[in-house]
Design a protein around this ligand. Structure first.
Ligand SMILES: Cc1cc2nc3c(=O)[nH]c(=O)nc-3n(C[C@H](O)[C@H](O)[C@H](O)COP(=O)(O)OP(=O)(O)OC[C@H]3O[C@@H](n4cnc5c(N)ncnc54)[C@H](O)[C@@H]3O)c2cc1C
Length: 294
């Protein structure tokens, strides 16, 4: 591993100025992706700029919507009762990511900026309509999470920009969300497939009507994607076994997975059908029980 200089800015502005002034520099937050790449000599930056001492990156604020700072750790997310109740898909993802040790240091910003197709928090952020606040030398800009990922390890971040945080709307009553991570083993593992769903429901004389829906899929394309056709199909439907089945089939038709050592493409497609159905059912259950995740 090559030697590097390590910088510890205290403010966002200081971090941006350092990045602007230093040659061959990289941000590091929890380091759980960066350090692996350094050890494997896949990257060898001359300078590392740590984001860990920047207090303005770690806040989580709930109320009329949700703000999560890019430097919030997965443990911070798991411990937050507001997230658990109203943004349950994110709670599901953060509570199952890595080990406790990883969750204590790894950040949501790092997970998203690393832009792995398997990033666990990506699908929840997609179904929760998150907007990413990006900050750089020219100030702040907002990017829809759906436009943030460009491909494996590629995002819209320009040189020197960092993710300040994520803003999500408040969805109100009768909305629930869920994330299902499909792995080969229960203990620490990256997903073979990840599916998130969010639904807003209404009880009618006919049954449970889906007023709005979001579905997102991870590890089925070069970047985490929304299953927009399946979402459109669900919206306005009264839920039945047939409707759930068809939503799963439509989502699978939108997936373009590839073979990898974690799972073959045909298997991933089949599992999209099963897990989409399950994620929607779990989201409906939560929508109809206002106290959220048990
Ligand atoms: C043992 C182990 C198990 C893991 N299990 C999982 C898992 O189950 N699911 C999963 O999704 N991931 C998993 N990971 C991957 C990793 O832990 C996560 O992606 C984590 O969230 C990365 O966060 P970090 O703060 O450690 O990022 P870092 O490693 O510090 O940074 C990752 C990348 O993001 C950039 N970056 C970080 N923060 C910002 C910011 N605010 N603005 C701009 N750029 C930024 C860095 O420059 C770097 O390119 C695992 C990793 C390990 C080592």
């Amino acid at each position: 591993m090559k030697a590097y200089e390590y910088y510890k800015p205290q403010t966002i502005q200081e971090a941006i100025d350092l990045m602007e002034g230093l040659e061959d520099a990289r941000f590091i937050a929890g380091g759980t992706d960066v350090l692996v790449l350094l050890r494997q000599t896949k990257i060898a930056p001359k300078n590392l700029i740590s984001l860990r001492n920047i207090k303005d990156l770690t806040n989580i604020e709930g109320g009329d919507g949700l703000w999560i700072g890019g430097g919030a750790t997965h443990s911070d997310i798991v411990k937050n009762v507001f997230i658990r109740q109203y943004y349950s898909a994110l709670y599901d993802a953060a509570s199952n990511l890595g080990s406790r040790q990883i969750r204590n240091v790894a950040t949501i910003g790092g997970n998203i900026c690393n832009a792995a197709p398997s990033a666990d928090t990506a699908c929840p952020l997609l179904v929760l309509d998150a907007r990413v606040t990006v900050v750089g030398k020219n100030g702040e800009r907002m990017v829809d999470i759906d436009a943030f990922f460009l491909g494996p390890n590629k995002t819209v971040l320009e040189k020197g920009e960092l993710v300040k945080g994520f803003r999500m709307p408040f969805f109100g009553d009768n909305t629930g969300s869920a994330y299902i991570k499909h792995t080969r083993r229960q203990a620490m593992d990256l997903p073979i497939l990840g599916i998130a769903a969010r639904v807003t429901m209404e009880k009618t004389g006919e049954g449970l009507l889906c007023k709005d829906a979001r579905i997102a899929m991870g590890v089925v394309a070069p970047r985490p994607i929304r299953a927009k056709e399946a979402e459109a199909f669900l919206k306005g439907k009264t839920i039945s076994d047939d409707v759930l089945q068809e939503a799963g089939e439509i989502a699978a038709s939108e997936a373009t997975p590839r073979d990898s050592f974690r799972g073959e493409a045909w298997y991933r497609k089949e599992m999209v059908k099963v897990l989409t159905r399950r994620a929607i059912m779990k989201a409906i259950e939560r929508a109809m029980q206002p106290q959220g995740v048990e």
